[in-house]
Design a protein. Structure first.
Length: 294
């Protein structure tokens, strides 16, 4: 925000007479004489607007009948976060104006005539469209041809584009994506344990243990550990006892010869426990089956 203001002043779009104050001074200024410039029009949770709407900003608070103007349009995919932001402002009885109410939208993207002028200034030999969906990149490639740019190239995230020598060309692809700091190590977000932990938090885990002898019989009663599940079903039956009943019932239904194969017993028990718990609870927990042979 400070950089944008400095650039606007430098090129003469913003007059020097305008007075800008630090946010820490807001509480000491007359409210009817102040305009706040805030980030977070797309509902970003850590941005200033979200914190102000939630009434947890260290310096800024809104009062009833204050006016908030959104000079943006909601980016597809951000509808939920923007709606939550607007509802929080409404709860504070703050008046809100969006582009649906008045001509207040200010685009941060250049128009085609501005792009054409810019391309005329820099005279690029190669244009690589970036930041957009495939159809946006295609349109920009077509526009580049209209502007007489000799060459264009498009690349997906992770692709390695060779610029010189010769024509631009995709020559390789490198792994990419987000990384998570997990304790003292860094792990990929897709393959890392964070996703599994989120699932564990949502559906819980069931671990069952049983001992099977050489003839395919259970030597002792099965054991179970349940974490993250309710104590009882809607009918008042303990989930712990339900799981043990499922283990015994399903185990007895497996033919004696098939009980000699760990994978068969594990998968049969796992699927049965998940289905039955889903029937009673509406969620399918993560299930681990531990088999001990004697």
């Amino acid at each position: 925000m400070h950089n944008i203001i400095a650039a606007a002043r430098e090129v003469g779009l913003l007059k020097e007479g305008n007075s800008f104050r630090d946010q820490t001074e807001y509480g000491y200024l007359p409210r009817d004489k102040v305009v706040l410039l805030c980030t977070g029009s797309q509902g970003e949770p850590r941005a200033a607007m979200a914190r102000i709407a939630a009434d947890n900003h260290p310096d800024i608070t809104l009062d009833k009948d204050d006016l908030v103007i959104f000079s943006s349009k909601t980016i597809p995919g951000n509808e939920k976060s923007v709606s939550e932001l607007l509802n929080k402002l409404a709860e504070q009885q703050v008046e809100v104006i969006t582009s649906e109410d008045a001509l207040v939208h200010t685009s941060g993207h250049p128009r085609q005539d501005e792009l054409r002028q810019f391309y005329g200034w820099v005279k690029p030999k190669l244009l690589v469209p970036m930041h957009g969906e495939a159809r946006h990149l295609m349109k920009q490639t077509e526009f580049a041809a209209e502007c007489d740019i000799p060459e264009t190239a498009t690349a997906r995230a992770g692709q390695m584009l060779r610029l010189v020598p010769g024509d631009a060309k995709i020559v390789d692809e490198v792994p990419g994506g987000r990384l998570h700091v997990d304790g003292r190590i860094i792990v990929p977000s897709v393959e890392g344990p964070a996703r599994k932990r989120r699932k564990l938090a949502h559906v819980g885990v069931v671990a069952v243990s049983l001992v099977i002898d050489g003839s395919g019989r259970m030597v002792d009663d099965p054991q179970a550990v349940l974490d993250g599940l309710p104590e009882e079903t809607g009918a008042g039956y303990e989930f712990f006892e339900l799981v043990l009943d499922i283990v015994e019932e399903v185990f007895e239904s497996i033919p004696r010869k098939r009980r000699q194969v760990d994978e068969v017993v594990e998968e049969k028990l796992r699927q049965s426990i998940r289905r039955r718990v889903d029937t009673e609870w509406g969620k399918r927990p993560i299930v681990h089956v531990l088999i001990h042979r004697v």
